[in-house]
Design a binder for this molecule. Structure first.
Ligand code: ADP
Length: 475
């Protein structure tokens, strides 16, 4: 079943609450009014009983019942207050019962049941009456009085009050429903505006933002949150688009170099040495392209969260020792001094050994690339609090201060021509930073243009794992 809109649901709730409130108010007012009106009638009844008491007091000290009857007849039968009067003596003898009550004995209560003052509503021939029943003590004699007066005015007032209530209640309800619906539409109007704008947002106009609300309420929070989400989506989308554009651009250069080299070689026939030279160039470019594609792939995998880390306790000293061995030969070929200080106790980190080797390779590769002979490259491993610090220091070209914050960005190269000549696409440090972040560490650079560079990586250390005992001695 289709759910009703929030506006309609709010209106229905509002209406339900309003109806209940109106009902409680109406019934409450009616009861209060009825009590007040009855109080007025009852007051006048009590006054009439008081008159009767005065009358009895004015009689002889010990009047006989026939005498009293005669007196009451004379005094009350003509007076309207005697129309609904019944008077009993203490011994149960009836002194007086008006003709109207004789005609309707059913409204009367036997005198022996009257104990304390009682006030009752009665109907006589379809008309409403209030009756008082009570004992009256006069000159040491106890009389029982039942006296009624019409309560028609009070009842009529009550009836007309009820009619007004019933007449106005539906009108009020309709007005409340209309008002409630209008209010809810007004309150929810910004939501419609947000929905309209949100529907228009697509990949081509991600810079569109939802209308900024200044209402200071939940809707403003909603639109602000959605706009913040759009900011994040836009920047992620822009990063992907830029990455694709930069990657295509980077791939185009080596491919066109390979193509040019091959075209030139094929333009005319050449000697074997020339063909070999061309093929060597082509091979070199193909190797660079492969390396570039691998870098691109690992960043793409990192972005999509598919690059899974195989975490285990890694002995950093051993890992770095193996990396350093690999670079010794490169240093000799390039005529660079290369030293490493790894004379430290076991340094264990929780990490992926392959990625940690790659991290060291990237930093050393850069140090070798940007240092010309006869310079030096130095790698060290030291403790710092709870962290292991890997430092790679070189005496190369250095990095200008203003560039240092950007070198970790993808495809960023300080000197484009030089980096490209060295085979760099500006991805190495981006990958290095991703690896460090995945290991819960940090990476930083210290350098001055022309004065070498120092890259420092801090990784959280773990306690040295206990090696499983080999060949335990029999007890
Ligand atoms: P690339 O593959 O181009 O070296 P990186 O991301 O590894 O890309 O480095 C980005 C840029 O930072 C390099 O192009 C280079 O300009 C600069 N850079 C990195 N390491 C060093 C270093 N040790 N000395 C001088 N410049 C460096």
């Amino acid at each position: 079943m289709r759910r009703l809109s929030i506006g309609v649901r709010l209106t229905l709730w509002y209406l339900a609450f309003f109806a209940v409130a109106q009902l409680v108010f109406g019934v409450g007012m009616w009861l209060i009014l009825r009590d007040n009106l009855y109080d007025l009638v009852d007051d006048s009844l009590e006054e009439q009983v008081e008159d009767l008491k005065n009358f009895l007091q004015s009689q002889a000290k010990d009047p006989s019942i026939p005498r009293l009857r005669e007196q009451v007849n004379q005094t009350f039968a003509i007076d309207h207050s005697g129309t609904y009067l019944e008077l009993y003596a203490a011994d149960g003898g009836l002194i007086y019962r008006s003709a109207s009550l004789q005609a309707h004995p059913s409204v009367l209560v036997p005198p022996n049941q009257v104990k304390e003052q009682m006030l009752r509503s009665r109907k006589i021939e379809g008309e409403d009456f209030r009756f008082i029943l009570q004992k009256v003590e006069v000159n040491g004699r106890l009389y029982t009085v039942q006296m009624g007066i019409p309560a028609e005015d009070a009842i009529e007032t009550l009836h007309s009050f009820r009619s007004y209530l019933l007449m106005f209640a539906p009108l009020l309800l309709v007005a409340a429903a209309g008002g409630g619906y209008w209010l809810s539409r007004r309150a929810l109007a910004p939501v419609d505006a947000l929905v309209r704008t949100a529907r228009e947002v697509s990949g081509t106009n991600l810079n569109t933002r939802l209308q900024k609300l200044e209402t200071g309420d939940e809707l403003q929070r909603l639109s602000d949150t959605l706009n913040e989400m759009l900011d994040r989506i836009e920047s992620a989308f822009r990063r992907i688009t830029e990455f694709t554009a930069d990657a295509s651009h980077e791939l185009r250069t080596p491919v066109s170099l390979i193509r040019t080299e091959a075209e030139l070689a094929l333009r005319r026939s050449r000697g074997e040495a020339e063909y070999k030279e061309s093929l060597r160039h082509i091979l070199l470019e193909a190797e660079r392209t492969t390396a570039l594609i691998e870098q691109l792939l690992s960043l793409a995998r990192a972005d999509s969260g598919r690059e899974k880390l195989h975490l285990q306790p890694v002995d950093l000293r051993q890992t770095l020792r193996r990396v350093v061995e690999g670079w010794q030969q490169v240093a000799t070929i390039r005529n660079l001094r290369f030293s490493a200080s790894l004379d430290v106790p076991d340094f264990f980190v929780m990490g992926d050994e392959t990625l940690l080797r790659r991290l060291a390779d990237i930093l050393l590769d850069n140090a070798f690339k940007y240092t010309s002979a006869p310079g030096s490259v130095y790698l060290s491993l030291e403790p710092k609090g709870e962290s292991a610090v890997i430092t790679v220091k070189d005496s190369g070209v250095g990095i200008p201060k203003e560039e240092q914050s950007k070198i970790f960005e993808r495809f960023y190269r300080v000197d484009k021509a030089r980096s490209r000549a060295q085979g760099g696409a500006g991805l190495g440090l981006a990958i290095a930073q991703w690896i460090v972040t995945q290991h819960g560490g940090s990476i930083g650079v210290e350098s001055r243009s022309g004065d070498g560079a120092i890259f420092r990586v801090e990784l959280p250390m773990i306690a040295t794992p206990v090696a499983p005992e080999k060949n335990p001695l029999p007890a």
